[in-house]
Design a binder for this molecule. Structure first.
Ligand code: AMP
Length: 549
């Protein structure tokens, strides 16, 4: 017998209409490249999104078409999120930090028909335009139309001109909620980037779970700073989560250095902020280098949410101690829309046992409702949830991908689980700990050494700003760890100092065979340590010591 409840499709347009009706007093605040701030109430933003939807239809955009963006976080990018998917088309966000060839590949592979871009990316678009086979409209996201250059390889339309004269009195069409709504390519560290194709239903369900008390816990009283980019994994769902819950959303534009982020948090009284560890490292450096700042008095920050890569314990301590806020760790992936698990880190003194608290610093929290997890050994056999057995992490759920865009290869196991490529433990309380990526773990003498754990211990040395651990080939042990460290400005430490600091915290056979110092640790376009680059750079490195002694 079927229930007798109304069947309403779960549509993205319903989120912005809800915000316009119920949370019109809450805002989307947008900072531009020059530092200018603009605010739009949700009613005004919804109206602009509807006007843009009309304009897209007038350009010839049809349901299922891909509309690409190359843009930072601002209100126009957010309007595109709603306008494009609201008419049944697919918003295809492209990461401008990728190599131009990768961007060209992604745009052509998706056959996106329009490209909306920030004026700051004009040179990039000019370089790419001749090779873009499917784009028929280039739209510059600027206040005023740019003066065309004599050798422009494309005709540039202006965003505000597209909106001009449109009233926003447009009714969102009804859609099948399984229809595609968004497209985001993974960074493609191995092989070509692959597209993850989100749907209306998956996006709304993700927003309900991710924004609720078992997730980020975003409320009407929050002012949310999204440092996470709109061009990668839906900015962790924040454009949807904030509209659904009536939170003010602050979009920082292109300036993401510590000083600019601090100033925006201060001036907008942000209560929550979302970003990858490198962003928070920049913020902490700024606070440490400017002792006149008084963060707990000047900021209203209650929570910092860190995801996208493992957060070193020292960074978590600094955020809690210097900013006086809570730290929440989140794990996720492009393929998971992105949220998979989340957990708050207890503050010092909150647990009777400080050692137990420190162990929690490495954990990525519990699965959110909707995501089912399992860990398996090399043969696919389930491993116990004892916090010790580390295995391949697989996940299943309504906002987990079932296959890549335009890839026929089956992706899921017999039970419908997706292989994340991460290695993890799960403890009896359900807390997940990512110990490595499958391709980064160090296989020494038939056992695994966690590069993430070594990085965490090394970066707890006061002189170490950032640490990366990679595997070096070894004739006897197969692989051995090499520690690469960047020191804090004005601080010094020798390899022996750092190894001595690490010794009490790790097994003897986990000790890196060598430490090398670098001025800079490279990062990927999504803020992760770029280990492929480090492996190339240190390919022939001769270690001080060869294997465990
Ligand atoms: P992406 O698809 O670019 O968002 O990258 C997803 C990958 O980032 C995951 O498979 C993890 O390897 C890594 N990752 C994401 N969040 C975390 C976290 N909190 N701790 C450790 N690794 C993470």
């Amino acid at each position: 017998m079927l229930g007798l409840m109304q069947e309403q499709p779960l549509l993205i347009s319903s989120l912005i209409e809800h915000a316009a009706e119920t949370h019109a007093d809450r805002q989307v605040v947008s900072r531009d490249a020059a530092g200018g701030i603009r605010s739009f109430g949700y009613r005004a933003l919804a109206s602009r999104a509807r006007a843009l939807a009309e304009a897209l239809i007038a350009l010839g955009v049809k349901p299922g078409d891909r509309v690409a963006t190359l843009a930072w976080n601002d209100h126009r990018h957010m309007e595109l999120y709603y306008a494009v998917s609201g008419i049944g088309a697919v918003i295809h966000t492209v990461n401008p930090r990728l190599f131009p060839q990768q961007i060209g590949f992604i745009l052509n592979h998706a056959e996106s028909c329009c490209l909306f871009f920030d004026p700051g990316f004009t040179a990039l678009v000019t370089e790419l335009a001749p090779g873009l086979t499917a784009i028929s409209h280039f739209v510059e996201m600027a206040d005023e139309a740019a003066v065309p250059l004599p050798d422009d390889p494309f005709v540039r339309q202006n965003y505000e001109h597209l909106l001009a004269g449109r009233t926003g009195a447009f009714a969102w069409p009804p859609l099948d909620d399984r229809a595609a709504s968004g497209l985001c390519y993974t960074s493609g560290t191995t092989g070509d980037p692959k597209g993850v194709l989100y749907a209306h239903r998956s996006t709304v369900l993700h927003a309900l779970s991710a924004g609720g008390p078992g997730g980020f816990n975003v409320t009407r009283d929050d002012v949310v700073l999204a440092v996470v980019p709109l061009f990668h994994v839906n900015a962790w769902g924040l454009p949807y989560v904030c509209a659904l819950n009536g939170a003010t959303l602050v979009l920082p534009g292109p300036r993401l250095d510590g000083a600019s982020i601090y100033e925006l948090m201060r001036s907008q009284s942000c209560t929550m902020a979302f970003g990858v560890p490198t962003v928070w490292m920049g913020l902490i450096d700024h606070v440490k280098n400017n002792p006149q700042l008084r963060p707990p008095d000047e900021l209203k920050l209650r929570r910092v949410i860190i995801g996208g890569a493992a957060a070193p314990a020292a960074l978590i301590d600094d955020l809690q101690d210097l900013l006086g806020c809570d730290v929440v760790l989140a794990w996720g992936m492009t393929e998971l829309s992105p949220l998979g698990s989340i957990g708050r880190v207890p503050r010092k003194g909150e647990l009777a046992d400080e050692e137990a608290r420190r162990r929690r610093l490495a954990k990525q929290g519990r699965a959110v409702f909707g995501v089912t997890m399992k860990i398996v050994d090399a043969d696919g056999q389930a491993l116990p949830r004892d916090g010790r057995a580390a295995g391949r992490l697989l996940v299943r759920g309504p906002w987990v991908t079932s296959g890549y865009f335009r890839h026929d290869a089956p992706l899921l196991d017999a039970d419908g689980f997706f292989e994340t490529g991460d290695i993890a433990t799960i403890d009896p309380a359900g807390d997940l700990e990512i110990t490595d990526r499958m391709k980064d773990v160090i296989k020494s003498g038939g056992e695994w050494i966690s590069s993430i754990e070594l990085e965490g211990v090394a970066s707890s040395h006061p002189a170490v700003a950032e640490a990366a651990v990679i595997a070096m080939p070894h004739p006897k042990w197969q692989e051995r760890p090499l520690l690469i460290a960047r020191l804090r400005e004005g601080r010094s430490a020798s390899a022996d100092d750092i190894l001595a600091h690490m010794a009490p915290h790790i097994a003897k056979w986990w000790m890196p065979d060598d430490v090398v110092f670098v001025d800079d640790i490279p990062h990927t376009a999504t803020g992760k340590i770029q280990k492929t680059k480090l492996r190339e750079r240190f390919a022939g490195h001769q270690a001080l010591q060869s294997g465990p002694n």
